[in-house]
Design a protein around this ligand. Structure first.
Ligand code: BEZ
Length: 259
C-alpha cells in the first residue's frame, strides 16, 4: 500500500498521540546508556523523549514520510525505515536492552511475526514495554465506518480494516507463546479528547482512516468521511469537542535469560 501518512498533519493536529505516550515511557524507565528501540516511532517525538533519559534511542517506522520528518526534526538521532512484520536488519539482532512502542502495534496485524522480531532484537533480560489499542478501541468509529460502507456503498469493511485490537488475555498469550515473560498488563478505557473543535474529527479520519478510502475510491473520500462523522456525532461530540472511545492495552514483558 502506498505511504498514506501525512507527517505535517500528524504533528500539527494529532500531537496528543505522543502526549499519551509519556505514561508508557514512565513504565519503561529508560536508563542512561541503554539501547532502546522505538517501534513505530511516528515522527520521532517519543524517541527524542527517551533519548533525554540518556538512553541511546533508535526509531523505526514503516512510513518513509514519517521517518523523513523524524530525521529532519531530530538529526542527532537514528531513524530507520523498517517493517517489523518482516525480518529486521541483522545489525539489530540482540542489539537492544529494551523495545518500546506507543500507539503503533495495532497497525501491525501480523502480531506473531512482530513479536518474533522484537524477541530477536532484544538481549537476554531485555524489556518489551508498550501500549496500543485494546479490544473495543474506537468501536463507535469502527461501527460507523462499517455501517456507512454497507449502507451507502454495499461494501463489507472487513477486507479494508487496517487495525487489530487485542484483548488482554489474547495478547498475553501471544507474548508467552513468543517466549516472553509477561510482567504486567492492563486493559482500560481512556476516552480521548481531540483538539480543534468540530474539525478535530476531520483531521483524525484524514490521518488514520485512509485505508478505508480504498474501498470507495479517492473521489468518494470526502463523502465517506462526512457520513462517518455524522454517524459518530450523537455519541462522541459534546460541548464543541470530539471525545473518541479509546481503549488501551498497556503491558510490560521481558525476554528471560537463556538456559
Ligand atoms: C489508536 O491509537 O488507538 C488508534 C489510532 C488510529 C487509528 C486507530 C487506533
Amino acid at each position: 500500500m502506498a505511504d498514506e501518512w501525512r507527517p505535517e498533519l500528524y504533528d500539527s493536529k494529532l500531537g496528543f498521540v505522543s502526549g499519551h505516550g509519556e505514561h508508557v515511557i514512565g513504565l519503561l524507565q529508560p536508563q542512561a546508556g541503554e539501547a532502546v528501540l522505538d517501534l513505530g516511532c511516528g515522527t520521532g517525538e517519543l524517541t527524542a523523549r527517551i533519548r533525554e533519559s540518556g538512553a541511546h534511542a533508535v526509531g523505526i517506522g514503516k512510513s518513509e514520510a514519517m521517518v523523513a520528518r523524524a530525521r529532519s526534526k531530530y538529526p542527532e538521532l537514528r531513524f530507520i525505515v523498517a517493517d517489523a512484520e518482516s525480518p529486521l536488519p541483522e545489525a539489530m539482532v540482540e542489539a537492544f536492552d529494551a523495545v518500546f512502542s506507543n500507539a503503533a502495534l495495532h497497525w501491525m496485524k501480523a502480531a506473531d511475526q512482530v513479536l518474533a522480531e522484537v524477541w530477536r532484537c532484544l538481549r537476554p533480560e531485555g524489556r518489551f514495554v508498550g501500549e496500543f489499542g485494546g479490544r473495543g478501541n474506537i468501536r463507535t468509529v469502527e461501527e460507523a465506518i462499517e455501517e456507512v460502507l454497507l449502507a451507502e456503498y454495499e461494501i463489507e469493511a472487513s477486507a479494508f480494516h487496517p487495525w487489530y485490537f487485542y484483548s488482554l488475555g489474547e495478547y498475553a498469550a501471544r507474548l508467552e507463546a513468543a517466549g516472553f515473560h509477561a510482567d504486567a498488563a492492563v486493559h482500560f478505557q481512556r476516552p480521548t479528547a481531540l483538539p480543534d473543535g468540530d474539525a478535530g474529527m476531520d483531521y483524525w479520519l484524514e490521518s488514520f482512516a485512509k485505508p478505508f478510502v480504498h474501498a470507495v475510491g479517492e473521489k468518494e473520500s470526502g463523502r465517506l468521511f462526512r457520513l462517518v462523522k455524522e454517524r459518530c456525532r450523537p455519541s462522541l461530540y459534546r460541548d464543541g469537542r470530539w471525545t473518541l472511545d479509546y481503549v488501551r492495552l498497556r503491558f510490560a514483558a521481558h525476554k528471560p535469560q537463556r538456559g
